[in-house]
Design a protein around this ligand. Structure first.
Ligand SMILES: Cc1ncc(COP(=O)(O)O)c(C=O)c1O
Length: 456
């Protein structure tokens, strides 16, 4: 073969993506040889049995095959028929045609209304401009576009949380930037502190790194922590003081499980502070929340306090891939424009949503409690997102990667070792999702406990 690894781009070879890494590869091999595998490695709700929302799939079916509206109108609630007709009329050529590079205008307008409704209250109206919204193939592509935009040299630093979701570390490597890790503090429920941000920033600057942006994941993956409004204001003030852009990854904004926690967006806090200096890119996705439509690749980002010249460059960047897939764009529309009270689909939609979120909250509680009962494990409460990231105590000289591999071989449970997300020196963790059904989660807990008792 004429093409060898030495011919390839070094950054591709160097990039690591643990949630689909060697342990998952081994799980695939075991599965092909007939072993039953419980995939707890990735936040992929429908792969673990979560049902899609009827409203979403009915609307999508009509968009894919508009003749259904004439052939079987009785199969669809009237609001779904209306919505599909409206969307088809607004998308020249339907799902088979490219849209403009930013995405269909009707979808971007709906996203802007959604953001404004989500973030406004009687004390403050938060506006959003559809021209500052970009539809993307999942949030991943949006994050990558902004990192691509910002990283101009190997001395350009991007601050990311440790532990982090490896999309960030892998993409920074791919684009030749410099990763500046700031540690979340496990002992205080993975809190974020200004001192730690300053430490990480100062250390990078003293090495000649020009820090350009800070990424924040809220609710956190893998930590499950939910940021308070004060914490968000602190990050904004830090970014302002150092002239940084903010990338706010808010894909888990609907996944909040404890009654006292509330999702507050960076856009809302920025508007409250009346800040017009700090550039904010915030990301959302159809893959998480209660939709769980990971495979359909719908997402968007909103750019705030970003100049027209920079927006033009972002639009050009998006245009290189023509546009986000149209199916995903429609999914975004359906996510931000759910049925409203009085519409035919409303009750069923609310019922399905409540069931999914209720079940996720129950699983989050069951899993955190169960993990904390295992000797040598300690798990912070799972306040949000879809994961537990417990600390584990290992025999001397052993790593969490070895632990997860041995666990997979013995029990068929596929987890991601803490090493893949980054962790404090000397600590060991794994990440598991909360997504398997409760009966299966109980089995997972039992197998973990048994394995943990004897593994050396
Ligand atoms: C924090 C975070 N951001 C982004 C993504 C990417 O999601 P998407 O499917 O929208 O690309 C994920 C997926 O798990 C995630 O956990």
């Amino acid at each position: 073969m004429s093409l060898s690894l030495s011919d390839l781009s070094k950054v591709v070879i160097d990039a690591q993506y643990a949630v689909r890494g060697p342990i998952v590869k081994r799980a695939g091999e075991l599965e092909r040889s007939g072993r039953a595998i419980i995939y707890c490695n990735i936040g992929n709700p429908q792969a673990l049995g979560q049902k899609p929302l009827s409203y979403v799939r009915q609307s999508l079916a009509l968009m894919q095959y508009p003749e259904l509206a004439q052939k079987s109108p009785q199969a669809f609630p009237p609001d779904v028929l209306e919505r599909a007709a409206e969307l088809l009329a607004a998308s020249v050529g339907g799902l088979g045609a490219y849209s403009e590079s930013k995405g269909l205008r009707i979808v971007r307008e709906a996203v802007a209304r959604f953001i404004s409704r989500r973030d406004s209250d009687s004390s403050l109206i938060v506006t959003s401009d559809p021209e500052h919204i970009y539809l993307t193939d999942g949030a991943s592509k949006g994050v990558q576009s902004i990192l691509r935009l910002l990283i101009a040299s190997d001395r350009d630093g991007i601050m990311i949380p440790i532990p982090q979701y490896p999309l960030y570390s892998a993409s920074i490597t791919l684009y030749g930037g410099y990763q500046v890790g700031y540690y979340l503090e496990e002992a205080t429920g993975w809190a974020l502190s200004r001192e730690e941000l300053e430490r990480a920033y100062g250390e990078a600057s003293s090495r000649g790194i020009k820090v350009k942006a800070i990424c924040v994941i809220n609710p956190g993956n893998p930590t499950g922590a939910v940021l308070s409004k004060d914490n968000i204001a602190m990050v904004i003030s830090f970014a302002k003081d150092h002239g940084l852009s903010i990338l706010a990854d808010e894909v888990y904004q609907e996944n909040i499980y404890r009654p006292d926690d509330k999702f507050v967006s960076f856009a809302r806090v920025l508007a409250e502070l009346g800040d017009t200096d700090v550039c904010l890119f915030s990301f959302h996705s159809c893959s998480k929340g209660f939709h769980g439509e990971c495979g359909q690749r719908g997402g968007y980002f909103e750019a705030r306090n970003v100049s027209t010249e920079v927006l033009a460059q972002i639009t050009k960047l998006q245009s290189i891939a023509l546009c986000a897939n149209l199916n995903g764009q429609i999914l975004v529309y359906l996510m931000v424009r759910p049925p409203e009270p009085g519409e035919a689909s409303f009750e069923q939609y609310e019922k399905e949503k409540k069931e999914i979120l209720g079940e996720l909250a129950a699983r989050a509680k069951l899993l955190a409690e169960g993990l904390n009962k295992i000797q040598g494990y300690s798990c912070a409460p799972i306040a949000g997102a879809m994961y537990a990231f417990p600390t584990i105590t290992l025999p001397p000289g052993r790593s969490d990667t070895q632990y997860c591999l041995a666990l997979l071989e013995e029990t068929g449970i596929c987890l991601v070792p803490g090493e893949g997300f980054g962790q404090a020196e000397g600590s060991a963790h794994f990440r598991t999702t909360i997504l398997p059904p409760r009966a299966q989660l109980l089995q997972v807990l039992e197998k973990l406990e048994n394995f943990n008792k004897h593994w050396k």
